[in-house]
Write a protein of this length. Structure first.
Length: 320
């Protein structure tokens, strides 16, 4: 697996990295579905082992994925996988416990300590502020940032990250937060990486960047033919595109075109939609969910260069 330098961290990580949101299984927060249904722990462990064997050395999780289940699955692997072989990232910010805000510093510390226990490690390589909702008047921003810096001083994390679904929110806080790595939402269907100004800032400041949800939660794989109903606890219940036949048809048409154009690749659709995201940044990786060994096998074929003409053609396909 090709590796990239993750910006100023100077760490080398696999260009196709592992996102483990699904390893938490089905999960709900109040009435909202926030997990992934039908995920077996054995499949998750097999995927982790296969990723290590195939050089996928960057694993990303969060404290709230399955209320710690994802972290615990990762923590169960260190008898087989050397901890030092893995660049390990987790996140804090979506579990307020009995406090009044996600970024209450007491809640953050409680959750950070719990993450280290779940992950069975003394230090993670990268800790993200999981979102950019710092209060109506940003009143929690300074405290949250200072707390993560304390975690660094205490040896609980090596690097600081900043994440959000909304790239404009990331841009609002990125200069003051001064993160080492940024984790924005990006895929070929919903791509604001350049127009938001985030790409330019990352390049000018030598930051690492890890794109999440590159498959739009699986929809861009082209495997769906009709509106799909997901089980309770599955986040995909919230995605309107899965219910829209017009969008599903367009994505299926695009998948067929990718299959024709990249017929020399074993997984032409995945090659097109994933590898395109790696075409415009030297310090970028993609966090790809790999729920079983078969999906790891697909991932190992990705991270391949696509020429500029093909990249432009692919982006035009998804320019809706």
């Amino acid at each position: 697996m090709k590796q990239i330098r993750l910006g100023r961290t100077e760490e080398n990580v696999s260009v196709i990295s592992l996102g483990t949101w699904s390893f938490g299984g089905a999960n709900s927060s109040g009435n909202a579905s926030v997990g992934w249904a039908d995920q077996e722990t054995a499949d998750s462990q097999d995927s982790l082992l296969s990723c290590w064997e195939n050089g996928i050395n960057h694993w990303d999780t969060a404290d709230v994925y399955g209320d710690g289940r994802s972290e615990k699955v990762i923590g169960s692997m260190w008898n087989t996988v050397p901890r030092n072989d893995i660049f390990l990232a987790t996140k804090v910010g979506w579990d307020m416990g009995n406090k009044n805000h996600w970024y209450n510093i007491d809640a953050m510390r409680t959750n950070m300590e719990r993450s280290l226990i779940n992950l069975k490690t003394d230090c993670v390589d990268l800790l993200y502020l999981h979102h950019c909702n710092f209060g109506k008047n940003d009143e929690y921003f300074d405290g949250a940032l200072a707390e993560v810096r304390k975690f660094q001083e205490e040896g609980k994390t090596r690097f600081l990250g900043l994440s959000d679904w909304d790239l404009n929110k990331i841009m609002k806080y990125i200069k003051k937060a001064d993160p080492d790595v940024v984790q924005p939402y990006r895929n070929v269907w919903e791509d604001r990486y350049v127009v938001s100004g985030l790409q330019q800032f990352i390049e000018e400041n030598d930051l690492g960047v890890c794109f999440f949800s590159p498959l739009m939660h699986g929809l861009l794989s082209g495997k769906y033919h009709s509106p799909t109903t997901f089980k309770p606890g599955d986040f995909r219940k919230n995605i309107d595109a899965f219910k829209d036949q017009k969008i599903i048809d367009q994505i299926k048409t695009n998948a067929n075109l990718l299959t024709d154009r990249f017929n020399n690749h074993p997984h032409p659709v995945m090659h097109g939609v994933v590898d395109t995201l790696l075409s415009d940044s030297e310090n970028s990786c993609v966090l790809l969910g790999q729920r079983n060994i078969s999906q790891v096998d697909v991932a190992t074929t990705l991270g391949i260069y696509i020429n500029e003409n093909d990249v432009n053609w692919i982006k035009q396909l998804y320019d809706h």
